[in-house]
Design a protein around this ligand. Structure first.
Ligand code: MF3
Ligand code: CO
Ligand code: CO
Length: 255
């Protein structure tokens, strides 16, 4: 499949799926406290998505992923599998939510602080959020994917942080991960040119140390090779006639 341009009906469904995903991140926030396990967070999100939203948690059984959400703590980069290990004061955690509603996907993630993380961990979280915001600001018809990657990479590297290259943002719609691949590094004026009606994610993974990562033997969890902290934020976006709509952003959220 190549890059799809969404119809108005599809956009309406993407908007609903996006809002639901954003609402899960908001719902779980007060639960992210020292002492709770990521399995408990998974169960709360699963039950909310299935029972309250009448939606489907997309990660569950996706290529064999065993849980309904991804939870990536400290030096875990992405795709962390929820477990019985409790969160502790000083942890940073990314919670990544993807819901399917009426066949369409909404995908979003954010960082939470447990108590008071190190200055380095807090700074990495903040700058990864800025990287996402800077990427989103680029989006409008006519710009190219390389413009987004370049802007994100520049911001991370000028702050002494690094961008993970092995994982990227993606087209999204009826399919969870579709074309195009949205790299968080690159060169201006290269790559696919954006058109109105495209929907894709931006989800930069920013490392406090070097960019290199390793896959754990569980086949999912990605960690930093140097064990320094990593942070990620994600939104699902729609290219509009004159810019961008952030489908997973709720009223009152700051991008
Ligand atoms: N939500 C992730 C993304 O942003 C993908 C998770 S796939 C899973 O693309 F299988 F690990 F859940
Ligand atoms: Co994604
Ligand atoms: Co995601």
């Amino acid at each position: 499949m190549s890059v799809t341009i969404k119809t108005q009906e599809e956009i309406d469904k993407m908007r609903i799926a996006g809002r639901l995903a954003g609402e899960v991140l908001r719902m779980i926030e007060p639960h992210v406290q020292a002492g709770i396990s990521t399995n408990e967070l998974d169960r709360i999100c699963h039950d909310y998505i299935v029972n309250e939203q009448q939606a489907i948690p997309a990660p569950l059984n996706y290529h064999g992923f065993p849980k309904s959400i991804c939870t990536s703590v400290n030096h875990q980069v992405c795709h962390g599998i929820p477990s019985d290990k409790p969160l502790k004061d000083g942890d940073i955690i990314n919670i990544d939510i993807t819901v399917i509603k009426d066949e369409y996907h909404g995908d979003t993630s954010k960082m939470y602080a447990v108590g008071t993380p190190s200055v380095l961990a807090q700074r990495t979280s903040r700058i990864s959020h800025e990287c996402l915001a800077i990427g989103i600001e680029c989006v409008r018809p006519g710009i190219r994917l390389g413009d987004i990657g370049y802007a994100i990479q520049q911001h991370a590297e000028k702050n002494g942080l690094s961008i993970v290259r092995e994982y990227c943002g993606h087209g999204i719609g009826r399919v969870f991960h579709e074309e195009p691949q949205v790299l968080h590094y690159g060169d201006p004026d290269t790559g696919l040119r954006l058109e109105e009606g495209m929907t894709f994610t931006i989800e930069p993974m920013v490392n406090a140390g070097k960019r290199h990562v390793r896959l754990l033997p569980d086949g999912w969890t990605v960690i930093t090779k140097d064990r320094k902290p990593s942070a990620q934020w994600e939104h699902t976006l729609l290219v509009t006639a004159d810019g961008v709509d952030v489908l997973t952003c709720l009223a009152g959220d700051t991008i």
